[in-house]
Each structure stands twice: as C-alpha cells, then as structure tokens.
Design a protein around this ligand. Structure first.
Ligand SMILES: [Zn+2]
Ligand SMILES: [Zn+2]
Length: 368
C-alpha cells in the first residue's frame, strides 16, 4: 500500500511537496520540494525525520514552487539522489546562485550547494530506470516548460502517476500522455481546473494590445513555457517589429535548442531562426532603448506593461496549467484508487471536483 503526506500544494497555488511511502517496504520518496512564492516565501514543514528517511526525491521542473525548499531539505539532513531531467539540470546552476543571495531563509547559507542532482538523459524516455528492487520509474514530457516531466513511479508492486505541472497544448513544448492507465495513486495538476480558458482569445487580445507599431511594450515573463509561447507568437505575428529579450530569457531559448526533444515538431527551426534574427536583441539597461516589444520581469522605463497575470485583466490570461477541459482530457486515460488534484486554489478545486466523474476512482477509493 502507498500512503501520502501532503506537505504543500493541495488547495493552494504553490509550495508543491508530496511525501509518499510504500508501507510494506518502508521505501519513502518525495515529489517536488517547493515554496509558496511571496515575501516572505512559505516553506513546507520539513523535519530531520522526513529528510533523513527519504530514499529519493523526484523533481518535475525547476520553478520555485517545485524546487525552492531543496536547500531546507539538505539542511535537515537529506543526502540522497534528486532525480530530474537533463534539461532541468542545466537550469539549476543559476537557481543555486539565487538561493545564496536570498536573505531571511530558514536554512544555513550554502545548504543548496550540498544537493546531489541525478539527471536522466533524453534517451531514457519511456524506459524504466531502476534504483532498487522496490523503486523504479518512467518519465515523459509534460509541456509546461523546458525540462518539465511527469513520472510513473513503481513502489514495490504498486505504481503512481505524478503529472507535475502540465500543459497539454503548448505552442512550443512537447507533451506525452502516460503509457499506463491504472494506478494506486494519481496526483494531477489542476492549476486552472475551475475554469475553461481560450488561449486563442487571450492571444488575440494580447496581439491587439501590441498593435501600435511605434509603441514600446513590456510583457512581464520569466523563463517558462508561457514565455516561450508568447515570444514565438509575437515574433511570427509582427514580422516588422523589434523584440527585446531579458538575457535570462535569451539563454533559456538557447537551452531549448540544446534539448530539442522537448520541442514540438517544427519548433526547433523556428527557434533557430528567431535567435539568429537581427531584429531580436538583449535588454541591457533599465530603459527602453528603441520602440519594440520587451520581454522581461524587470521594470523598464518608457514601456507600457501588458498585465498578462493580473486578475483585473482576464482578457490577457494565458494558461500555464490544465483548465477544466484539459483535466477531463487527461483523466480520460487514467484511473486510480486515490486521485489527488493539486496546484488549485480552494475555489477552483471545488468547481473542479463537482465535474469529475466518480467512475475514475477504482476499488471504492477516494479523491482529494
Ligand atoms: Zn511550473
Ligand atoms: Zn507549479
């Protein structure tokens, strides 16, 4: 039997961290180890007992709400492997630097340097990676950002599915569906599960807002699938405009080319063209240098910000998680004895479970 302790991420948007135990063998794993973004950040309740009893940690991707508490886990005594995709691993170095610059953290400075990352190569997709007789796993691309994956994890004779953060219809990134359908436990991203969104409508609203060819606009994004989708879309729709990218975003797009198996067919060529195009430049100061469209989270004088993540502007809302239709689609191929929906705020969660058919629950199991 599998038991689960939710350390964060249930009925909240952030702090994703799940502790799973196979009771017969005592094998214990952790799925993601994130913080709740904000000032201050909120950490999951990690203890030495938890940290020192784990056999492995699995990371779905490198966003802060999935990896930000790793230094705390190390500080509490975890020394084991941290599995992640190679494309996630190449993004970890700058994150470790940022951990060192944070103040008022609940762990000793430098704790994040002692972590043992164990990347798996693109060639292992669809294969079973065996750690011990009781612990093995498979993975597939989850479409949320560069390096993001879902896992099927086999614990003793049981198996669980963890979607990580998932996007089924990213412009840029590949999404695969799990190769197995029946699980003891399935933990499913339902970040936008309380609504049905139209990416096309948001895209149209965004392109309309950028219409003035002499204007300077800023789209606030950090490296993510959403950022890549928006940059590629704007680049293609406005062939005469200049695009300015935050240096971290430009590097992120180069990393995407190095791990092209993450990309949808045709996207490698489009990204190559974009990066070689003279109308794409890096942002080098806090001031807009010319008219064009700027992609950065930094404040930039002389630009009009397009509020893509503001509740006051739902017309620009661009999906980064499954909405209700996506969750339904994903569940079309999955049955589980315990079905857990994570990454949704209480309001969205309540709306979602009112729509989920009970027949997906096996053997009289439960969903949370
Ligand atoms: Zn994410
Ligand atoms: Zn997330």
């Amino acid at each position: 039997m599998i038991s689960m302790q939710i350390l964060g991420g249930f009925q909240e948007y952030g702090k994703n961290c799940f502790l799973i135990e196979h009771q017969e063998t005592g094998t214990r794993i952790m799925l993601d180890c994130g913080v709740q973004n904000g000032q201050p950040e909120v950490y999951p309740p990690l203890t030495p007992e938890i940290a020192q009893s784990l056999d492995a940690v699995f990371l779905s991707h490198v966003h802060n709400d999935h990896v930000g508490a790793l230094p705390l886990l190390a500080d509490k005594g975890y020394e084991g492997p941290i599995w992640l995709s190679e494309a996630s691993y190449v993004q970890i170095g700058p994150i470790q630097q940022r951990w060192k610059q944070k103040s008022a953290v609940p762990y000793q400075a430098g704790a994040g340097d002692t972590l043992h990352f164990t990347p798996f190569s693109p060639a292992t997709k669809g294969q079973r990676i065996i750690m011990t007789d009781n612990l093995s796993f498979e993975w597939g691309h989850s479409g949320h950002m560069l390096g993001s994956v879902w896992y099927i994890i086999h614990l003793g004779g049981t198996s669980l599915f963890y979607s990580g953060d998932m996007v089924l219809d990213s412009v840029t990134f590949q999404t695969e569906t799990p190769t197995q359908s029946s699980f003891q436990l399935a933990i499913i991203d339902s970040g936008h599960g309380g609504q049905v969104t139209s990416c096309q409508a948001s895209e149209q609203a965004l392109l309309k807002a950028l219409e003035n060819p002499d204007g300077s606009y800023r789209i606030p994004v950090s490296p993510s699938g959403k950022a890549c989708d928006l940059i590629l879309t704007v680049y293609q729709r406005f062939p005469d405009r200049r695009l300015f990218l935050d240096p971290a975003l430009r590097e992120h797009l180069s990393d995407c080319l190095s791990y092209a198996a993450n990309l949808r067919p045709g996207m490698k060529e489009q990204l190559t063209n974009l990066l070689a195009d003279g109308r794409i430049a890096c942002i080098t100061s806090d001031q807009a240098s010319a008219s064009g469209i700027y992609f950065t989270n930094r404040r930039l004088e002389g630009t009009k910000m397009i509020p893509i993540d503001s509740p006051a502007h739902p017309e620009f809302f661009y999906k980064a998680h499954p909405d209700l239709k996506d969750v339904e689609k994903l569940l079309g191929g999955i049955q589980a004895e315990q079905l857990v929906f994570f990454h949704s705020k209480p309001k969205d969660f309540t709306k979602l479970i009112a729509h989920i058919p009970k027949k997906l629950i096996l053997n009289g199991g439960v969903y949370l």
